[in-house]
Write a protein of this length. Structure first.
Length: 571
RNA sequence: CGGGAUGUAGCGCAGCUUGGUAGCGCACCUCGCUUGGGACGAGGGGGUCGCAGGUUCAAAUCCUGUCAUCCCGACCA
């Protein structure tokens, strides 16, 4: 490709409205253009990267026995009503009406269509298992799209769905997909960590997320991991062993005391001169319009995803102060679990509270707390402790009891064991060996293709621009004649260009009339893995060879430069 | 949906306080000159100042409304 013909416009400055480095660089280097919030055009350079990622995905999925198909992007509401997700999916599902006033939607995911399609096509256990996938645009009307391609509304996803007769066979395929994913991302030049995760709106019980670990804020997930064993989990799912499990407030009898205007754990801890872990904290929520009171040890915080799961609820938000008065009969800051009407308010206790004794909590009365409380002493014994706490740094691995580390991660893939979550409501059945009708046992497996591109930029860049891994770079080599009007330089540059093309190496010839500095800046910004500069040294028969990843320049003959390209690109 | 900010040429911005009919840099076009890290000179094209009302002889500027975008939070594959 001749640079003068390439449909690209690099910018001298970073865009004003971008925050994440991948967002800034992809726009500045001319890979993407924003059309609307969270909706982007992939320019030719980006399209080439996406094609390469997609091809790696295809090769590995096919090698693992999956088959590619392509399903509709616009879907009728009817099919979503069958799975009960027309209601449950919420506002992320963009709904539209067609000219006949029929409800339709832009598909955020394809469980419904694939389940129906498979159930119409496969009737017998003899045709199972099967794994089907597609690579396609998805639309999710996110509340707050951000970070460019990392959280767009429209994005490209590979989604695969597998169908099985037994849980064991699903687990086998789940393992296969896990290994396939690791390989796919490795081939894209990205190391990933498979972490345990919450399964969210897609549903199912077991799931793992494939995270690219980064140290920037754009990794929207906190990942906890153990260096001694292979435990790792998204913070919304992580569990831990607390450094201090038994806490004692030291009060020798239970009594109500005055705590004037002491509303926070911090203030109360100072006022009574006790550790926050001796205070029982009350956090009030509204879950699916119903009041919930969660009690947790004072030094811990609620993980709302876990709370949501414990309640089997869809939506959750903190209570407003008026709601606290109304439902809990207590002023905010002085809430306790006693006097709560358990027929009206769901009461939950985090496991961290189990080891507390002689502890403190709100007295359900303004400016008063109760000290010296013990489980079972003054309240019914049948308290059911559940895990609804967020893990904190410094806590210990649940498997091997070593300190847990925390890092940020960009989720580029996920795998779920769905079970019969879709096949049952949608009555997607096959006939088993005994002639019985049974719902399929399903798995699903996603890869964010466009997000993977952004994650690679997020991971591999420097002050000058992008540093593409060679496997997904838009082009492999950029040839820069320092002065295109110098006949000797022009001739050699053209020869190298022709030879590399003939070898099947993807190459750009920067034939623009601009000065060398402009071409060098663009080469670094766009991030070609290899740059060959044809300049003055051509009089000695030498060109300059530079790899973007280390920026070291060596001088070679044109033929040796070509050989070096082959060497680097082939291994 | 709450908090904060911003909308002026393709991109980055000034002008707004104090109203007088729009400007700078980059990019683009022409000519000259230049060619190893985003040169220089001269000339040129491009904007209903987000949109809609209002005040005024006169609005980018003041007022009201509205839309969009960005950041933080909430939310979410």
């Amino acid at each position: 490709m001749k640079m003068s013909k390439l449909f690209v416009q690099t910018l001298r400055e970073f865009p004003n409205d971008a925050e994440a480095m991948s967002h800034k660089l992809l726009i500045r280097a001319g890979f993407i253009k924003k059309l609307a919030n969270g909706i982007y055009t992939y320019m030719p350079l980006a399209q080439r990267v996406l094609t390469k990622i997609s091809n790696i995905v295809r090769q590995e999925m096919n090698a693992s026995g999956a088959q590619e198909l392509l399903m509709p992007f616009v879907q009728p509401a009817e099919i979503w009503q069958k799975s009960n997700r027309w209601q449950a999916y919420g506002k992320e599902l963009l709904r539209v009406k067609d000219r006949h006033d029929i409800d339709m939607c832009l598909s955020p995911t394809h469980e419904e269509v694939i389940t129906q399609t498979v159930s119409e096509t496969i009737n017998s256990y003899k045709q199972l298992p099967i794994n089907l996938y597609q690579i396609q645009t998805k639309f999710r009307d996110e509340i707050r799209p951000r970070f460019g391609l990392l959280r767009g509304r429209e994005f490209i996803m590979k989604d695969a769905y597998s169908f099985h007769t037994t849980q064991e066979d699903l687990e086998r395929e789940y393992e296969v997909m896990g290994k396939t994913y690791t390989r796919i991302f490795q081939r894209c030049g990205l190391e990933t960590k498979a972490v345990q995760s919450d399964s969210g709106a897609i549903g199912g019980k077991v799931s793992h997320e494939y995270m690219v670990l980064v140290d920037t804020m754009v990794g929207e997930n906190n990942v906890f991991y153990c260096e001694s064993c292979d435990y790792s989990a998204n913070s919304n799912h992580a569990i831990s062993i607390l450094p201090i499990q038994q806490t004692d407030g030291g009060f020798d009898k239970e009594e109500t005391i005055d705590t004037p205007n002491i509303k926070t754990i911090e203030d109360l801890s100072k006022f009574l001169n006790i550790n926050p872990n001796c205070i029982l904290k009350a956090v009030a929520y509204i879950a699916d319009s119903k009041p919930v009171l969660a009690m947790i040890r004072g030094d811990k915080d609620i993980e709302e995803t876990k709370l949501l799961n414990a309640l089997n609820a869809l939506e959750i938000r903190p209570m407003e102060n008026e709601e606290i008065e109304k439902y809990l009969n207590a002023p905010a800051g002085f809430i306790g679990y006693r006097n709560v009407d358990k027929t009206k308010v769901t009461l939950l206790f985090d496991e961290s509270a189990k080891g507390m004794k002689n502890f403190v909590m709100g007295a359900n009365e303004k400016d008063k707390h109760i000290v010296g409380i013990n489980w079972g002493a003054n309240f019914e014994d049948d308290i059911n402790f559940v895990d609804i706490a967020i893990v904190k740094e410094g806590e210990f691995c649940p498997i091997c009891n070593k300190p847990l580390k925390i890092t940020r991660g960009i989720e580029v893939g996920n795998i779920f064991q769905l079970g019969t979550k879709y096949s049952e409501p949608m009555k997607a059945l096959y006939t088993d060996e005994q002639g019985q009708l049974k719902p399929y046992i399903m798995g699903c497996y996603g890869i964010g293709v466009s997000r993977t591109m952004a994650a690679a930029v997020e991971k591999y860049h420097d002050d000058f621009g992008i540093i593409w891994p060679k496997e997904i770079a838009p082009y492999h080599v950029d040839i820069v004649p320092v002065n295109i009007e110098d006949e000797a330089q022009k001739k050699v540059a053209n020869e190298i260009y022709e030879k590399l093309n003939a070898l099947g190496i993807e190459v750009v010839l920067d034939d623009r009339l601009d000065r060398a500095g402009v071409k060098f800046k663009d080469a670094d910004l766009i991030g070609f893995p290899i740059r060959i500069t044809v300049g003055k040294t051509i009089n000695e028969g030498l060109v300059e060879f530079k790899q973007r990843k280390d920026n070291d320049i060596i001088k070679l003959t044109p033929d040796d430069a070509i050989k070096k390209c082959q060497e680097i690109l082939l291994n």
